[in-house]
Design a protein around this ligand. Structure first.
Ligand code: NAD
Length: 508
């Protein structure tokens, strides 16, 4: 059987075929759930067909994965790091094919697709170094002839549930760290990006096979809410790392906490950029454009709110509207395209609903505001002038819609920045050290990522990534995020022959 279009033939070089089983269970590809199509958002036509997981497939996979965890956690951490290094190399070899797949299945432009795969490769490199630095500590004891130690052990199995917009980077942030920490990984990708889930899993599984390790160490399922729920409920999974909407994340958290499991949440964002009166306006305008329009406004770190100081308000807006009108919209694979399609027809409907809402409340659309008639899910990049107190400003509309508002003082801008339920990312454009340090301080921005003179997006893997409030509080990728993937043991050792607290008691 052949792919529907010749341009998809390259997929066979990354292990994909026109009809593929979507579960990697106990080292084998199989699947007995519903058959679904992977759709290209640029034309809404089928790329390939995938069979999703059934609950029986899930059970078989989880049994094998739990067994495999006994083997994997006993391998010394630097040896686990060596396996992750090989995964990075395998991805490197297929970087361009994988990037292209991301573009045709998710809809992001090609440089973003390639950039996302590169991020997984970078995470592999980061994790290799980390595999030699999972250090514990020695703590001074208050008792004579005693010593306290803190040591770290693997959790066992880590479940990773990912969203459609970063269909492989989020897996990388979690899995690379989870694996070097000694955990097996169970991955459920987004239901609308099954080919990416399968292609990445194939590369990873070949590395385990080459190293004569059980394939079940990395188990993966294509599927939707049913498999996600099974992961949330499963007591064999010590940590569930969930990336997605706040609404679903809350349900997952409650389910995991009911069984006293650990949860790491990476949920919705509603990120603001503040432009102060002393900002470099050219730099700020370019940054806002990329932060608001990139990935068609479907990044968790997309800039959705732009706060402009009243003294430069009109100047900034004029420049911004001008650059918005030059944005090249179209085929995400084509050179020069900046804005590809939204991911699904449903996303396009949500954009339309959002615009109707904006219009019904008489907010002013400065540019954009329409869908583009075509077979794909294309929409115009949109700027709306609005009040910071409007209810719709508090919600994450997952599309390239930017709300702009005016402020007078730094304090007022910070208050507006912090006035939404979400707390992922924020950025200020200013040249004033006073503003910068206040922005970073206790009365500054309340988000997890607090930037200065760069956009809200584009976080580097070396830092801990995540947000506060309704964004869920989790931290992934760099810094000391690895501690979430391990359990901590505090050990006090008595190397004398006295038990200080027992002095004065006669034990006969
Ligand atoms: P979503 O919440 O609809 O789905 C996310 C994942 O959850 C999917 O794999 C889905 O199949 C699964 N799921 C759905 N119902 C479930 C259930 N009942 N139990 C368990 N799993 C279930 O989100 P989406 O539309 O795929 O992604 C967009 C959202 O993700 C946005 O809100 C975005 O901000 C957020 N996001 C956040 C980050 C971050 O790091 N903070 C990163 C990427 C995306």
């Amino acid at each position: 059987m052949e792919f529907a279009k010749q341009e998809y033939e390259f997929l066979s070089e990354i292990g994909l075929s026109p009809e593929t089983p979507g579960c990697f269970v106990n080292g084998k590809w199989k699947a007995h759930g519903p058959t679904v199509s992977s759709i290209n958002p640029a034309n809404n036509q089928k790329i390939a067909t995938v069979v999703e997981a059934s609950l029986e497939d899930y059970e078989e996979g989880m049994k094998a994965c739990s067994e495999a965890s006994k083997i994997w956690m006993e391998l010394p951490a630097p040896k686990r790091g060596e396996v992750v290094r090989q995964i990075g190399d395998a991805l490197r070899e297929k970087l361009h094919h994988l990037g292209r797949l991301l573009s045709i299945e998710m809809g992001k432009i090609l440089p973003e697709g390639i950039g996302e795969v590169q991020e997984v490769i970078d995470m592999c490199d980061f994790a290799v170094g980390l595999s030699r630095q999972l250090n514990g500590s020695v703590i001074p004891s208050e008792r004579p002839n005693h010593m306290m130690l803190e040591t770290w052990n693997p959790l066992g199995v880590v479940g990773v549930i990912t969203a459609f917009n970063f269909p492989c980077a989020v897996l990388g942030w979690n899995a690379c760290i989870a694996l070097v920490c000694g955990n097996c990984v169970v991955w459920k990708g987004a239901p609308t990006t099954p080919l990416i889930t399968i292609a990445i899993t194939k590369l990873v599984s070949e590395v385990f096979e080459r190293n004569k390790l059980p394939g079940a160490i990395f188990t993966s399922f294509c599927g939707g809410a049913e498999i996600g729920q099974a992961i949330a409920k499963d007591p064999r999974i010590s940590l569930v790392s969930f990336t997605g909407s706040t609404k679903v994340g809350l349900m997952v958290q409650q389910t995991v906490h009911q069984r006293f499991g650990k949860c790491l949440l990476e949920l919705s964002g509603n990120n603001a950029i503040i432009i102060m009166d002393d900002a470099d306006i050219k730099l700020a305008v370019r940054s806002v454009l990329f932060a608001a329009v990139g990935t068609a406004g479907q990044r968790c770190t997309t800039c959705r709110r732009l706060l402009i100081h009243e003294s430069i308000y009109q100047t900034v807006l004029d420049q911004l509207v001008d650059v918005y009108k030059q944005v090249k919209i179209g085929d995400p694979l084509e050179k020069g395209t900046l804005l590809g399609p939204l991911h699904t027809p449903e996303s396009r409907k949500n954009f339309e609903k959002g615009i109707e809402n904006i219009k019904s409340q008489a907010w002013k659309i400065l540019t954009g505001g329409s869908v583009i008639e075509s077979e794909g899910n294309f929409v115009q990049p949109t700027i709306v002038e609005i009040s910071p107190t409007a209810d719709i400003v508090k919600e994450e509309l997952f599309a390239p819609v930017l709300y702009v508002m005016k402020f007078q003082t730094f304090e007022e801008a910070v208050k507006i920045n912090n006035s939404v339920p979400q707390g992922l990312s924020s950025s200020i454009f200013t040249r004033s050290p006073e503003n910068i340090f206040k922005w970073l301080g206790p009365h500054g921005s309340d988000t997890g990522i607090v930037n200065v003179n760069i956009p809200t997006n584009g976080a580097e893997i070396g830092g801990a990534f995540g947000g506060e409030k309704a964004t869920g509080g989790g931290r992934e990728a760099g810094s000391d995020s690895w501690k979430q993937y391990m359990r901590r043991s505090t050990c006090t050792i008595n190397y004398g022959n006295e038990l200080p607290l027992a002095q004065g008691i006669n034990f006969g």
